[in-house]
Design a protein. Structure first.
Length: 368
């Protein structure tokens, strides 16, 4: 593409985004710049998306990383510092050690100061179940310095030190409503740094750049059937009713004002299709859920985020889906499929849940 055609295509994509329901006002100049940069690597994105069996969330993740790469919200290395940063990151990766997406350096003469690290994620939830990843990223770099294992010839040329004020950024798409919050399990010293685009905007860009036919799921199918507000309202109502059911089921075991316990049990029943039936199991579920899912205190905010893709479902073989279809018929059956897809998306990021010695299988949606 010529420079003129790139600019014209970039302007057209931005206008399409601006006129879409996914658009979030702000950072106009920066968004146009990032779209232009993404067009330069469009073929790379298409080839990645075309890989057989490639799930949509991986394509979304790659786009988030590239949007962060071109963002003006993050610190920048000089070309020399960037080269050294990439050498160190590749060294850690080659040694199968946790490595950040970014290492920021300041080079003055023979002194090389590590000023910060950054990790890119699509949502803070994606790091909640693996907080050690953040902890070991910094630890591994410090060990390289301490043991003199920084790749040669860098170690011979520079004296490496850590800055007194060291940046630790969890880099996320821009929040659409309430600001993102760090998971409770994140190590101390980390903070959130948002880029210009929201995740819905990035998913929109994916469809513009890669095309709908490149992915196994057709997001336009359900995006055109209802608005994000309709799905959010649907998910909100479901969660509210499930919480009421849980409060009723456990009214003799937990105080009515123990909202955190109710939320944990509601989340567990929705995701795992069971409920604990003695105090010990209730405590185990509560502790695990609160430690693993940082947003369980506000479950609606977690569930009401649309999934990155839809999964195939058979109502005859999936009881929760069948129950939701019965509930959603008056509104939109696709809302039920979307919610189940979101719950499966959440589940795949979670570590294995604890084994409950006393539990009862339940289709919580069948009680709606």
């Amino acid at each position: 593409m010529t420079s003129r055609s790139v600019k014209a295509t970039s302007a057209k994509i931005f206008e399409n985004l601006k006129n879409s329901k996914e658009y979030h006002n702000g950072f106009v100049k920066q968004k146009r710049h990032i779209i232009t940069q993404l067009l330069a690597i469009k073929n790379e994105l298409i080839q990645f998306a075309k890989t057989p069996g490639r799930p949509a969330y991986q394509v979304n993740g790659l786009l988030v990383e590239h949007c962060a790469r071109f963002s003006n919200q993050l610190p920048k290395n000089t070309p020399k510092a960037q080269y050294i940063s990439e050498v160190i990151i590749n060294h850690l990766h080659g040694c199968e050690l946790s490595n950040p997406d970014y290492i920021w350096l300041k080079i003055q003469g023979r002194r090389m100061t590590f000023t910060g690290i950054g990790e890119v994620k699509s949502h803070p939830f994606n790091i909640a179940h693996q907080p050690r990843q953040l902890f070991f990223q910094e630890t591994n770099i410090r060990n390289l310095i301490k043991c003199g294992e920084i790749p040669s010839p860098i170690s011979k040329r520079y004296h490496a030190v850590f800055a007194d004020i060291f940046m630790r950024y969890l880099i996320l798409p821009r929040s659409t409503h309430a600001p993102h919050t760090l998971p409770a399990s994140a190590p101390l010293g980390w903070e959130i740094k948002e880029i210009e685009f929201t995740l819905p905007e990035i998913i929109f860009l994916r469809r513009q750049l890669c095309g709908n036919t490149l992915l196994s799921e057709n997001l336009d199918e359900y995006n055109s059937s209802y608005s994000p507000e309709e799905y959010e309202s649907f998910a909100y109502n479901i969660v509210t009713q499930v919480e009421e059911i849980i409060a009723d089921l456990f009214r003799n075991l937990i105080p009515i004002d123990q909202k955190e316990i109710q939320n944990a049990l509601a989340m567990w029943s929705i995701i795992y299709g069971s409920i604990p039936i003695n105090r010990e199991s209730i405590d185990l579920v509560t502790q695990w859920t609160q430690a693993t899912i940082p947003h369980c205190a506000d479950m609606r905010s977690l569930v009401s985020i649309p999934p990155s893709s839809l999964i195939g479902l058979d109502a005859k073989k999936n009881a929760p889906y069948h129950s939701l279809i019965q509930y959603a018929t008056a509104n939109n059956i696709l809302l039920a499929r979307t919610l189940i897809s979101r719950l499966q998306e959440i589940k795949q990021y979670l570590p294995d849940p604890p084994e409950l010695t006393h539990k009862q299988e339940i289709d919580i949606f069948g009680l709606l």
